[in-house]
Design a binder for this molecule. Structure first.
Ligand SMILES: [Zn+2]
Length: 69
């Protein structure tokens, strides 16, 4: 199981006041297609999701958006 250092945002996000939407992504390590939440932060949205199957943290550069079948 690969390990990965996670950089958390220095500013605590108040997700209650931020909008969000869902995307369907594929995990880069185990291939599971799953729904992930995108938080509509400024200036750009926050892509951060933990894989349901392998617990890999998927960030923006690994965000493999797929079209649900
Ligand atoms: Zn996974």
């Amino acid at each position: 199981m690969p390990t990965k250092r996670i950089k958390y945002p220095t500013v605590v996000l108040d997700t209650e006041q931020l909008g969000f939407h869902y995307d369907t992504i594929q995990c880069p390590t185990c291939g599971l297609v799953q729904k992930a939440r995108i938080i509509d932060t400024k200036p750009r949205p926050t892509y951060l999701h933990e894989c349901k199957a392998c617990k890999w943290i998927i960030e923006g550069d690994e965000w493999n958006s797929v079209v649900p079948v």
